[in-house]
Design a binder for this molecule. Structure first.
Ligand SMILES: [Zn+2]
Length: 179
């Protein structure tokens, strides 16, 4: 890296420390003596996604973002919530330390996060990802969500899947059925 002041091509490192997943170095130009800072970041090697038909495709953050955005379209979500999911998943993928990851693993990561963020987005994503071919499979998934919601001791901050009155009745019938 050339000196930003005189463009000289060499510098010495006078201090170096770890900063979130990178290294910060204080440098001094060997020609003019000016000090400047450089940051080194780890650039992970490419990760390939193994698709259902065994084809490999390079992991693409934008593609993941697009898929999640589509599921979350017009949902009242806090700003940055979608980006946070993508950041989390990307970090988790790199932490696995594998060069190839089945698409199902990533699909499950998305499902898990959407489930705690927004049920509607979750159902939308699940219906594409799990390829719900009939209404029964979809209904089963919704039923599972509803019974989990009824079981939760703490109220979720999510909008109910169905209007409150109905939802209360349904939760009640779920409870009765279990007794
Ligand atoms: Zn210089």
């Amino acid at each position: 890296m050339n000196c930003p002041y005189c463009s000289y091509c060499d510098s010495k490192v006078i201090d170096s420390r770890d900063v979130n997943e990178g290294i910060r170095r204080r440098r001094q130009c060997l020609s003019c003596g000016s000090r400047f800072t450089t940051y080194e970041r780890l650039q992970p090697a490419s990760i390939f996604i193994i698709k259902k038909d065994e084809r490999r495709e390079e992991f693409n953050r934008d593609k993941l973002l697009t898929g999640i955005r589509k599921a979350c379209e017009k949902r009242p979500l806090p700003t940055g919530a979608i980006d946070k999911i993508v950041d989390d998943i990307e970090a988790e993928i790199y932490h696995l330390g594998k060069s190839e990851i089945p698409s199902t693993v990533i699909g499950d990561m998305v499902m898990e996060r959407l489930k705690s963020l927004d049920y509607i987005a979750y159902i939308r994503f699940a219906s594409v990802y799990r390829e719900f071919t009939d209404i029964t499979a979809l209904k089963q998934e919704v039923d599972t969500l509803l019974s989990a919601e009824a079981e939760a001791s703490q109220p979720t901050n999510q909008l109910p899947l169905i209007p409150t009155e109905q939802s209360a009745g349904l939760a009640e019938s779920h409870r009765r059925r279990r007794k």
